[in-house]
Ligand binder design. Structure first.
Ligand SMILES: [Zn+2]
Length: 325
């Protein structure tokens, strides 16, 4: 008997013994099962800035995990060895780590939050959901790093236990999503708006790929969409592309492009626009949108200065969007 997976907009109709596009949700005797539940292939402690989250518990360590699999197949995926792997691939080691053990690990390592990241937390949904629910009961916070390609109903159900998310907005045209990611734009925009409306702290990442989504007018349109639909306080991270996986024919994103993108974002009225994964003079710092004073100085993943006091700029008193403790 075929089974339809209703988790993401792909709505895979799965034959017995087969998996959906994500490779990890399998029709076993007419029942859809997540075969990666409790089996992460990566567990690390990262600085939270690496997610990237710049306005959520700055300077804190975050226990970060992933299973294999993804519902997208981005040609430039930087984690393709695990995101595009099958769970039965012999060359990938998975660890047995059920939700309870994850929580214990976070406590033992003094991590105030858990990140479901690296591949796509949506496709290991049940594992993410149960772990998040348990973490919430224990006072540990939950962070998703996701492409946001999910149907609204399961998304809302998961979001009740999510504290923060970095959601990719990979491009601002359906054409880009179809050609580069094998996905579509609308569900991602909807996931962003729904996350915001559920009270989740949201930051957005846009990876700029030379020739594909680096035109100033595309960046302007993206910034405008964010301002209109998510608000001008939403932190936006422009990150640089490196040739990876099936996209080895394009050059890395020049720093100049990222700096120009940052200026476009700021000029469109976004208050917090950052440059990710390339060192820049100002692109990693947080400045007060009111008085322009330096609030957080970052070098790499490290916080050099943290001047926000009681959620506000100490100079002009403006409240700064974020979860600061
Ligand atoms: Zn200020």
């Amino acid at each position: 008997m075929k089974v339809q997976c209703e988790l993401c907009p792909k709505m895979c109709l799965i034959e017995p013994g087969q998996s959906g596009e994500c490779r990890v949700r399998i029709n076993i005797d007419g029942v859809l099962r997540s075969v990666v539940y409790g089996y992460p292939c990566s567990i690390n402690i990262d600085p939270i800035e690496k997610k990237p989250l710049y306005h959520f518990l700055p300077g804190s360590p975050i226990l970060s995990l992933a299973t294999v699999g993804c519902n997208l197949h981005c040609k430039n995926c930087q984690n393709w060895e695990i995101s595009q792997a099958n769970p039965e691939d012999g060359n990938i080691t998975a660890y047995f780590c059920p939700p309870q053990k994850l929580i214990e690990l976070a406590e033992e390592k003094h991590c105030p939050s858990l990140a479901y990241t690296y591949t796509e937390p949506i496709i290991y949904y049940e594992y993410t959901y149960d772990s998040s629910k348990l973490a919430r009961e224990t006072g540990i916070r939950n962070v998703l790093v996701t492409a946001g390609y999910i149907n609204e109903q399961p998304w809302r159900k998961l979001l009740q236990y999510v504290d923060a998310a970095n959601i990719d907005l990979k491009g601002i045209t359906d054409e880009f999503y179809r050609e580069v990611c094998s996905a579509t734009l609308k569900p991602v925009q909807n996931a962003l708006v729904v996350a915001k409306s559920c009270g989740v702290h949201v930051e957005i990442t846009n990876l700029i790929i030379p020739t594909l989504n680096d035109k100033p007018e595309q960046i302007r349109e993206l910034a405008r969409w964010i301002k209109q639909n998510m608000g001008s306080d939403t932190p936006l991270h422009f990150s640089g592309f490196y040739p990876r996986y099936k996209m080895l024919n394009l050059p890395p994103t020049p720093l100049k492009t990222l700096e120009e993108a940052r200026q476009i974002g700021l000029s469109e009225g976004l208050n917090y626009v950052y440059i990710g994964n390339l060192a820049s003079k100002e692109g990693q710092n947080t400045y007060c949108p009111g008085c322009k004073n330096l609030l957080i100085e970052r070098v790499g993943w490290e916080i050099r200065q943290m001047r926000i006091r009681d959620n506000c700029c100490p100079n002009c008193g403006k409240e700064i969007y974020g979860v600061w403790k």
